[in-house]
Design a protein. Structure first.
Length: 137
């Protein structure tokens, strides 16, 4: 934006205010720090989170299966066959995978990136609306 709109009247003071606001935004600061790290220091490597829901199936030698469920939803341990459980709730045998930054383990990488992109898109849109001039064809 600085290169494209730096010549526009009022841009410099507007952008200075925006920079101050961006510095206060923890997510934008986080991604700016990741950018600096990845460009100047080292590759950024989010870690993978692989999980099976608590209601996973474990085969028993007897042919029955222990179904582990959420205590809040009912029994924690129940005997049932794999076929019975799969027929009633396929989600109980589905694995989940996600990516996390060590510094922000409470949200997955995709969600954080979407939030950051939304903030930056809003800023760029506001800048274009304020400073873009229509050029003749």
């Amino acid at each position: 934006m600085q290169k494209e709109y730096g010549h526009a009247t009022g841009f410099e003071s507007w952008y200075k205010r925006q920079q101050e606001e961006m510095r206060k935004d923890g997510l934008l600061t986080f991604f700016n720090n990741l950018r600096v790290t990845s460009i100047h220091i080292k590759q950024v490597q989010p870690r993978v989170r692989f999980s099976l829901p608590v209601a996973d199936l474990f085969s028993m030698a007897s042919g029955s299966t222990i179904v582990m469920g959420d205590k809040n939803e009912g029994n924690c341990l129940t005997n049932a066959s794999v076929a019975e459980v799969a027929a009633t709730d396929v989600a109980k045998i589905r694995a989940e995978q996600g990516w996390l930054f060590d510094e922000k383990p409470e949200e997955d990488v995709i969600t954080l990136c979407e939030r950051d992109l939304s903030s930056m898109s809003t800023l760029v849109y506001e800048c274009r609306e304020k400073f873009e001039t229509v050029t003749p064809n």
